[in-house]
Write a protein that binds this ligand. Structure first.
Ligand code: GRF
Length: 210
């Protein structure tokens, strides 16, 4: 029985990638991160991957600053398939995924978003929550569809918004929850995709008693 193989796409700091890696190292998530890809050549997420001995690869978006052209999407999905990736996790990936990619990974692309979707899709969701005067914020793991932060929700976590919160501290509070629910959501997906938890439970028990 092999573990579920993850491919992670991110454009930034990679704290969610590190949280998934930590959960794996702690034995709380039976998964393997096989490749980390980024559209930003010097993104921290790639550095973290390299430090962990994980394949770290740049996505060539053919000179477009914000678009993710179809050909680049096709090449990226092909690369993930070639690496044997079962589940794609977007973690701060700043370009929209299109049907050409989704058709190759149907119902197998997840995203983490820093709001209680469907509220506040799009950029800087924590800032949107502050500006709207919300008393509660949070984060969501959802399936990715061709819209922006619109796919079916898998898990959410709430955090309070305090009167003296600024953008930075609210985002940090939300991220602490992101780092908990992303590994949980991947665990749920592993079961859904036929990587049974009971197998690892028995294997761990057996290893403990040797
Ligand atoms: C997270 O806040 C996530 O919700 C959003 O982008 C940020 C990525 O952070 N989609 P990191 O790169 O995982 O630290």
């Amino acid at each position: 029985m092999r573990m579920i193989r993850l491919g992670i796409l991110g454009s930034g700091t990679g704290s969610n990638m590190l949280a998934l890696l930590e959960a794996i190292r702690a034995g709380n998530l039976k998964a393997e991160i096989v490749v980390v890809m980024s559209d930003v050549a010097d993104a921290k997420i790639l550095e973290h991957a390299r430090n962990a001995g994980i394949a770290a690869e740049w996505i060539d978006c053919l000179g477009y600053a914000n678009r993710f052209p179809e050909e680049a999407q096709r090449q990226t999905a092909l690369r993930l398939l070639d690496a044997g990736v079962d589940l794609v996790c977007l973690a701060g990936f700043m370009r929209l995924i299109k049907p050409v990619f989704l058709s190759m990974y149907a119902d197998r692309v997840l995203n983490i978003h820093p709001s209680l979707l469907p509220k506040f899709p799009g950029m800087k969701a924590w800032k949107q929550a502050l500006e709207a005067g919300e008393t509660e914020a949070g984060c969501t793991v959802h399936f990715v569809d061709a819209g922006m932060d619109t796919g079916p929700i898998i898990l959410q976590a709430k955090v309070p918004v305090h009167a003296d919160d600024d953008e930075h501290c609210l985002h940090q509070r939300i991220q602490q929850q992101e780092h908990l629910i992303y590994p949980q959501a991947v665990r749920l997906m592993a079961v859904r995709l036929g990587f049974p938890l009971w197998w690892w439970w028995i294997t761990d028990q057996w290893a403990d008693h040797r």
